[in-house]
Design a protein around this ligand. Structure first.
Ligand SMILES: *[C@@H]1O[C@H](CO)[C@@H](O)[C@H](O)[C@H]1NC(C)=O
Ligand SMILES: *[C@@H]1O[C@H](CO)[C@@H](O)[C@H](O)[C@H]1NC(C)=O
Ligand SMILES: *[C@@H]1O[C@H](CO)[C@@H](O)[C@H](O)[C@H]1NC(C)=O
Ligand SMILES: *[C@@H]1O[C@H](CO)[C@@H](O)[C@H](O)[C@H]1NC(C)=O
Ligand SMILES: *[C@@H]1O[C@H](CO)[C@@H](O)[C@H](O)[C@H]1NC(C)=O
Ligand SMILES: *[C@@H]1O[C@H](CO)[C@@H](O)[C@H](O)[C@H]1NC(C)=O
Ligand SMILES: *[C@@H]1O[C@H](CO)[C@@H](O)[C@H](O)[C@H]1NC(C)=O
Ligand SMILES: *[C@@H]1O[C@H](CO)[C@@H](O)[C@H](O)[C@H]1NC(C)=O
Length: 361
């Protein structure tokens, strides 16, 4: 999920028995995986696996390459023996926190240090966020897979989950991929790209070092483009964000695109003064196709047609476009959300600071 916040105060090379592939499911617009936050003290019942299984509190968290923190939804995070309180707190606003892509969410978070487990690998003393007040979030919370945002002094001393797994020697080379199908089933894959799962060309893009999900363009000419129905609309600053349901840009650029394709524009402003602009169209018309191109290639990588329609009213007549404008984003920034990922394999290489993608086989 795209955040803007302020701090108040090769598979064979994968080490240590990490499973190479972890199943993910699309639920209510978000891809979820199982995590354990605050591992229970098993020493009493270590021999009793059924008791141990019951003691584990699995949380279904959104796999979010657009934020960095593990955040547990209000009321769900009980302290365990490994929990250490910190005095770090944060206020975060998410864009696109609901299935129809519209709802922003504001959250007040107190961080603790704790054990976090994902796919049988445990990290200790990890900064995990206890949401103490805020809007509803999908599932049990969010699992961020990006590095901490730069310029966030209290938090940048910490590390993102995947960086921590790499730093403790559990993942070499430091790479992972998301293979998200068109059938609501996906995989989180540790290590190098699994070549058996892809077809066609692999596009490799350099990313910024501090935030390996944002494409780095050396000049304006090599910036990615957002493409509408075959015509490049504008060069953009692109961030890949598996935890956002749709494609999110600035209010003005989204209004311009919606006007161009003759959609109706609906605007909403919430109590936090965040304005969103969404497009609606008659479901009977041919929808506009939204895609991206990455110079020097001119190939356009469109959102899969089935995912292109983000929502449809109960009577089946009014469809919602897959792009959303928000006042929390400044042009030319765009966030490429999970609907674009469907049918693709998106790979993050944290050693070389690249993001790559290819079509799923
Ligand atoms: C394991 O724990 C379960 C649940 O408390 C109990 O029913 C079972 O008898 C225990 N098994 C052993 C081998 O202690
Ligand atoms: C999270 O916050 C709630 C409410 O303040 C508190 O009851 C709970 O113990 C906290 N959990 C942790 C792990 O600190
Ligand atoms: C776990 O439980 C055992 C037995 O009750 C206790 O001796 C040990 O100190 C506990 N460990 C932690 C980290 O709390
Ligand atoms: C937070 O804790 C750190 C050390 O644990 C301390 O140096 C710092 O002064 C504390 N900050 C506040 C605002 O209490
Ligand atoms: C990258 O592309 C964006 C979008 O065109 C542009 O605003 C920015 O200046 C470019 N960066 C550099 C370093 O040229
Ligand atoms: C678009 O707006 C017009 C004029 O307000 C309205 O008649 C029409 O039903 C709207 N269509 C959709 C799909 O929202
Ligand atoms: C999305 O669809 C649901 C019904 O399926 C409807 O209640 C909701 O208002 C729709 N959202 C938008 C933005 O049209
Ligand atoms: C990527 O990084 C690894 C490890 O740091 C290095 O061995 C490899 O040569 C790099 N690959 C590319 C294509 O830069």
């Amino acid at each position: 999920m795209l955040t803007h916040g302020t701090v108040l105060l090769s598979v064979a090379a994968v080490a240590c028995g990490l499973p190479s592939t972890v199943p993910l499911q699309l639920s209510e617009g978000f891809w979820r995986g199982d995590f354990t936050v605050g591992v229970q003290n098993f020493s009493v019942s270590q021999e009793n696996s059924s008791e141990r299984a019951n003691a584990k509190e699995d949380l279904q968290l959104t796999i979010d390459t657009g934020s960095f923190a593990i955040l547990v939804k209000e009321g769900l995070y009980k302290p365990g023996p490994a929990t250490q309180q910190t005095n770090i707190s944060e206020f975060i606003q998410f864009n696109g926190a609901s299935e129809d892509g519209i709802a922003p969410a504001s959250e007040t978070i107190f961080y603790v240090r704790d054990d976090v487990q994902f796919a049988d690998v445990t990290v200790h003393d990890f900064l995990a966020g206890n949401i103490t007040f805020g809007d509803d979030l999908p599932g049990d919370g969010v699992a961020g897979f990006s590095p901490p945002a730069s310029g966030n002094e209290d938090l940048s001393s910490g590390q993102g989950l995947i960086e921590t797994i790499c730093a403790q020697g559990d993942l070499t080379p430091c790479q992972f991929g998301l293979a998200l199908g068109k059938d609501r089933q996906g995989s989180f894959i540790f290590g190098e790209i699994d070549a058996s799962k892809i077809s066609g060309d692999v596009t490799v893009l350099p990313t910024t070092k501090t935030d390996s999900w944002t494409v780095r363009n050396a000049t304006a000419a090599d910036a990615p483009n957002i493409v509408i129905d075959g015509t490049p609309f504008s060069p953009i600053l692109a961030t890949f964000d598996s935890g956002t349901p749709n494609i999110i840009g600035s209010l003005q650029q989204v209004r311009d695109i919606l006007t161009l394709v003759d959609y109706n524009i609906t605007e909403q402003t919430n109590e936090d003064h965040i304005t969103v602009a969404l497009g609606t169209y008659d479901c009977a018309r041919t929808p506009a196709r939204v895609g991206f191109s990455f110079p020097p290639s001119t190939a356009v990588h469109y959102i899969d047609l089935a995912a292109n329609e983000l929502n449809r009213t109960a009577d089946g007549r009014i469809c919602t476009a897959n792009i959303l404008g928000t006042s929390t984003v400044d042009a030319p920034q765009w966030s490429i959300g999970q609907t674009w990922f469907q049918g693709r394999y998106v790979q993050h290489d944290l050693d070389n600071n690249t993001i790559s993608f290819a079509d799923l086989a």
